[in-house]
Design a protein around this ligand. Structure first.
Ligand SMILES: NC(=O)c1ccc[n+]([C@@H]2O[C@H](COP(=O)([O-])OP(=O)(O)OC[C@H]3O[C@@H](n4cnc5c(N)ncnc54)[C@H](OP(=O)(O)O)[C@@H]3O)[C@@H](O)[C@H]2O)c1
Length: 312
């Protein structure tokens, strides 16, 4: 894997700008070659560097310096990585895209569903892609980025222009040294991840426990089968034939392998931040209703998490 501060010379490495200097954005910026990356600042007058310490999965600590780059700067990026939360993505992009060439690929890293489709509909002629990643990153404080676990990333186009740009984008992301795959059916991969998130995140937030602890909780055991039946019926509508029992197995396998982790939803509730529930169980409930399918449990979990956010 490339060192984040690698001095290895690469001829014309693709330039990737990152919009959203949070946990996931800092992870990608840390691993991308140091002369081909930058953060787009929220404030248009921000200059200099964003400095932080990367703690690698093996516990090594490395300093990282990523320049703040204005989107209108002369360095035209080869691609834009969007690592804002789902609810912030449209606003963040609307502000920035007016400065970027129409052929710049936009790579959306948001969990859940809904925000990607809004972006693809808003800019139908721009190359829009989605990335599904199992990399894990968190920020225990402003200056530290923990790369919690090595994962893999799948990238695929969400519209024809995005599909055309796919191999170029995979090459750009792979210059990080992280594992990146080209995904011909990114929509299904997004749905698969959505199903797992929908079966873990709200339970961890409501019960207030690490991922693995949900498995023995009466609240989880009472609702998980009905939840999986609702999701399986919707997935059937979306062209993915999956049994409710298979979904439950996948959810529980991920809960076991990430047993000690705190989900982003639980962490958002603890820290008084808005969660992405609207794009996870909220999106499933909304789509179920649109197709006249049962959505009781997804709706109940969505309302419950939104109520927790309101009182946090
Ligand atoms: N972290 C992971 O391991 C991981 C893994 C897979 C997928 N994801 C997905 O990736 C997305 C980002 O997650 P995260 O954990 O990195 O969240 P995060 O730490 O909250 O980072 C989001 C960043 O976006 C910034 N932002 C918000 N609005 C902006 C704007 N208008 N212009 C520029 N920046 C803006 C935020 O700035 P402020 O700090 O100033 O609010 C924050 O730094 C989520 O959809 C998440 O589900 C994360």
């Amino acid at each position: 894997m490339a060192s984040p501060e690698s001095s290895v010379h690469r001829p014309d490495p693709p330039v990737c700008l990152v919009l959203g200097a949070g946990a996931l954005g800092r992870l990608w910026a840390a691993y991308l070659p140091d002369n081909s990356r930058g953060f787009i600042p929220r404030k248009r007058d921000q200059t200099g560097h964003c400095r932080y310490a990367l703690v690698t999965p093996t516990g090594e600590i490395r300093p990282v310096n990523v320049p703040w780059r204005q989107p209108a700067s002369p360095d035209i990026p080869d691609c834009l990585l969007v690592t804002t939360k789902a609810q912030d993505t449209l606003t963040a992009l609307t502000d920035v895209l007016q400065h970027l060439l129409p052929q710049t690929p936009i790579v959306l890293f948001q969990n859940g569903m809904g925000s990607q489709q809004v972006v693809a509909a808003q800019w139908p002629d721009r190359p829009v892609l989605a990335a599904v990643t199992t990399e894990g990153a968190n920020r225990p404080d402003a200056d530290t980025l923990i790369h919690a676990g090595l994962g893999e990333t799948w990238v695929g186009g969400l519209n024809p222009a995005g599909c055309k740009a796919q191999s170029r984008v995979v090459t750009a992301l792979a210059s990080s040294g992280l594992i990146v795959h080209s995904e011909p059916d990114i929509a299904q991969r997004l749905l698969r991840k959505l199903a797992v998130n929908a079966g873990i995140n709200p339970f961890t937030a409501i019960i207030d426990c690490p991922n693995g602890d949900i498995l023995k909780q009466p609240f989880y055991l009472e609702h998980i089968d009905e939840l999986c039946r609702e999701i399986a019926a919707l997935m059937h509508h979306k062209g993915w034939q999956v049994a409710a029992s298979e979904l439950r197995q996948q959810i529980e396998q991920v809960a076991r392998t990430t047993a000690k982790n705190t989900s982003s939803m639980r962490s958002d509730i603890i820290n008084g931040r808005v969660t992405e529930i609207r794009f996870i169980n909220g999106w499933i409930a909304q789509e179920c209703q649109r197709h006249h399918l049962p959505s009781r449990v997804n709706h109940m979990l969505t309302t419950w998490v939104q109520d927790l956010s309101a009182i946090a």
